[in-house]
Each structure stands twice: as structure tokens, then as C-alpha cells.
Design a protein around this ligand. Structure first.
Ligand SMILES: C[S@@+](CC[C@H](N)C(=O)[O-])C[C@H]1O[C@@H](n2cnc3c(N)ncnc32)[C@H](O)[C@@H]1O
Length: 396
């Protein structure tokens, strides 16, 4: 099939291929004004999005659309629009598309109602920033707020809203524990670069950038579109996908390493996320994860004294969401996370067929311990680092 705009100089086409090189997904992007918003410059029309029926529901359409949006954003496009079949509209809505009211039509070619859908493409503001990371309860002495048990809490939305604050925090030089000691200790656990590394919950992308720096081939994934914009702005060549960790848009066994640095405690459906990691890894592949240590998130120190008692109110064993705002060195960041007992993580690993090879309980690194508040965190672990390997056996 050939379409009149296919060969226009500003048209482009994206496809997906399987490991044998077979094309399993296609899409085309044409520079075209949107009938509902003709005044918007730099508008593109998405057409002919299709995935081979034999591999549908494996995230291939999501991957193509994510990559298309990433490219549109980096080229300064303002609007993407399409005429979508009624039963495909929910797929596009997950990416933020809106249906234009009263736009339904019934093209003779498909015999199904179509709707005009459009998405305004947000551009990331350019600003001078440093780098960042997190150490809840280390820098703040205000109590974290627990949400009511059973109260649904939108962790993904909370992190999306914090993307700008996080980007400033995460990039401020030496600002958080990643730069001061977390990175050095975590990277010691990593296997040598191999076939493909997924960075799940990549935030603004600092870990991905460091992985690339030591020779990994990386795909960065995060549920937050705004975080992803920051990632792509900093590394336009880095393949980056907006994706829920609990439904990774990748094929089974596609990679030999998954990194989840300080993200699994911020993911609402952690067991599904770990199961997805197990699915994405090839046998013998590794997950290297860092989380807020469950002891840390269970309680707090009674005072600032280096020998202060550590108090757990309520139950260590019960999971709860907590929200904490930390202000330090002119930056402020609100962390939204889930406390889960250590067993919850280890059960998830067990069920995903992942066996723990290395475990590190990480206190504050020595260089940051001059502050008397930090001395307390030389006695208890701030973080838990784990390296697990995917076995050959099928998980029970
Ligand atoms: C503390 S940040 C860590 C970012 C990065 N790994 C780093 O250390 O710089 C946690 C990240 O997890 C992401 N996240 C939360 N829920 C998620 C989900 N369901 N799927 C994927 N990412 C998620 C947030 O958007 C946020 O970017």
C-alpha cells in the first residue's frame, strides 16, 4: 500500500521488528494540520498504526507510540492527532490523547465508528540544573504522613507531579546519597555490560546515563511522562519508554539485566513489577535493585542525638503509604512511597523465579556523616541493595 504523503520530506515511519528481523508493527507520521485545531503549527497526523495479530497485547503498539512521541517532542512538534477506531480509543487515552467532542465518523473502509483524537505535546522547559537522589528521614525531621489504611493513593500521579522538583533534586551535584555513596556501592553489584539493560523507574535518567557511561546498552522506562521528558531532554539518543513497571512493554527474555534503583518502593503494584522483571530477563539474567530499607521506612529516630532510639509505631509487618517533604540546600522534594516488610520483596522475587545472590544493608556513607543527624544512620541501614539471578526453572 502506498499513501500520497508517504514520501514527503517531512513524513516518517516507525516500525518494530522481532529478533528474526520480521516487521511486527508499523506506524506513519505526516506533517498535517489537525482539522479540529488548524491554527496549531507543527502538527502531525498519526496513521496506519498496526501490530501483527500474532504479537498483539505484548506492548509493541505502546513501544512504537512512545518512541514516536519521544521523537516528536525532540523535534519541537506541538500536536499529534489521529482518527482512531472506537475500540482503540482507550489505548490512546492511556497516553493522554483526548477525543474531540462530536467528531465521530463512520468511514466506509472499516465500517466502525472513528473519533478524532489529539494530544498536545509538552516541551520540557530548559533550565540550568544540577543532579540528585533520596534518603528519606535522613535530612528531614518532620514526620512522614501515612495515608489511611485502605485509602487508594496514586503513586504514579504523585511522582509525575514531582518530576520538576525531582529533576532539580536528582541532578544537584553531591546533593543526595546517590552521588555521595549510593552510586559507588550499588554499581559494585552490577554484572559486566551484556546484551541489554532495562532501567525500570528511571526518573530523570541519571542511572541510565551512568550505565551508558560504563558500556551498557540501556532502555529507560518510567511511568511518568514528565520524568521521561526530562530523561529524553538530557539524552536524546537514549531509548526511553513511558511504561508501568507492572506491565513492561517488552518481550519475554529480552534483556540480561534489569536495574531498579530506588524505584520499587515507589511502585504501587510491586509484586507485578517484580514478576514483569522476571519475564523480561533471560535465564541467567540479573535484577539489581535498591530500595529504602524496610527498617528505615517502618519507623523513625526519637531525636537528633547520634544515639537516639529508633521507634516503630504500629506494625513493621503492615504495608502503608507514606508521604514526606524534605527541604535541603534550597531544594524541596515530596517523596511518596510504600513501606513494605522485607518479606514482601523477597516473596515477590521468589514468585518471579529470581534468586538472591548478594544483599547489602547500606548505612550513610562515611563522607556524609559529619552531620550529627547522619551519625544515627551509621547504626541502621538507610537502603537495601539486592542482586538476584533468574534461574532456569519455571517459578511455582
Ligand atoms: C525515586 S525515583 C527514582 C528514579 C531513578 N531510578 C533514580 O534513582 O534517579 C522513583 C521513580 O519511580 C517511578 N515510578 C513510580 N511508579 C512507577 C510505576 N508503576 N512504573 C514505573 N515507574 C514508576 C517514578 O515516576 C519515579 O521516577
Amino acid at each position: 500500500m502506498h499513501y500520497e504523503l508517504d514520501d514527503a520530506s517531512d513524513s516518517w515511519h516507525l516500525g518494530a521488528v522481532d529478533p528474526s528481523g520480521r516487521v511486527v508493527g508499523i506506524s506513519s507520521f505526516y506533517r498535517e494540520a489537525c482539522p479540529a485545531r488548524p491554527e496549531v503549527p507543527e502538527s502531525f497526523q498519526l496513521q496506519f498504526m498496526a501490530v501483527d495479530p500474532s504479537v498483539q497485547r505484548e506492548g509493541i503498539g505502546s513501544s512504537i507510540l512512545s518512541e514516536g512521541l519521544r521523537r516528536l517532542q525532540s523535534m519541537g512538534a506541538k500536536l499529534l492527532w489521529a482518527s482512531a477506531r472506537d475500540n482503540a480509543v482507550p489505548f490512546y487515552e492511556r497516553f493522554g490523547f483526548e477525543v474531540v467532542p462530536d467528531s465521530a465518523s463512520l468511514p466506509a473502509s472499516t465500517g466502525r465508528p472513528h473519533h478524532l483524537i489529539l494530544l498536545e505535546i509538552q516541551q520540557q522547559e530548559r533550565r540550568e540544573v544540577g543532579g540528585g537522589d533520596r534518603a528519606p528521614q535522613m535530612a528531614s525531621d518532620s514526620a512522614p504522613v501515612r495515608t489511611e489504611p485502605g485509602n487508594p493513593f496514586d503513586l504514579r500521579g504523585a511522582w509525575d507531579q514531582q518530576s520538576e522538583a525531582w529533576t532539580l533534586w536528582a541532578r544537584a551535584p553531591e546533593h543526595d546519597s546517590y552521588w555521595r555513596f549510593g552510586r559507588a556501592e550499588f554499581f559494585q553489584l552490577l554484572p559486566a555490560p551484556g546484551r541489554l539493560t532495562l532501567d525500570v523507574g528511571c526518573g530523570e535518567g541519571r542511572v541510565s546515563r551512568d550505565l551508558i557511561g560504563i558500556g551498557h546498552k540501556v532502555i529507560a522506562l518510567d511511568a511518568s511522562r514528565a520524568m521521561m521528558r526530562a530523561t529524553v531532554e538530557a539524552s536524546p539518543e537514549l531509548p526511553a519508554l513511558v511504561a508501568d513497571a507492572a506491565a513492561l512493554p517488552v518481550t519475554d527474555g529480552c534483556c540480561d539485566l534489569v536495574i531498579a534503583y530506588m524505584s520499587l518502593q515507589d511502585v504501587d503494584d510491586m509484586p507485578s513489577a517484580v514478576r514483569e522483571v522476571g519475564r523480561a530477563l533471560e535465564p541467567g539474567g540479573h535484577l539489581c535493585m535498591a530500595i529504602v530499607h524496610p527498617l528505615n521506612s517502618a519507623g523513625r529516630f526519637a531525636s537528633l542525638d547520634p544515639n537516639a532510639s529508633f521507634v516503630i509505631q504500629g506494625s513493621y509487618l503492615d504495608a502503608h503509604t507514606y508521604v514526606e517533604t524534605v527541604a535541603r540546600s534550597g531544594l524541596e522534594m515530596t517523596f511518596s512511597s510504600v513501606h513494605r516488610p522485607i518479606e514482601a520483596y523477597f516473596r515477590a522475587l521468589e514468585e518471579a523465579g529470581l534468586m538472591v545472590e548478594s544483599l547489602r544493608e547500606v548505612p550513610v556513607g562515611k563522607p556524609s556523616s559529619d552531620d550529627p543527624r547522619h551519625q544515627r544512620w551509621r547504626r541502621l541501614p538507610l537502603f537495601l541493595f539486592v542482586r538476584a539471578v533468574k534461574g532456569d526453572r519455571t517459578p511455582h
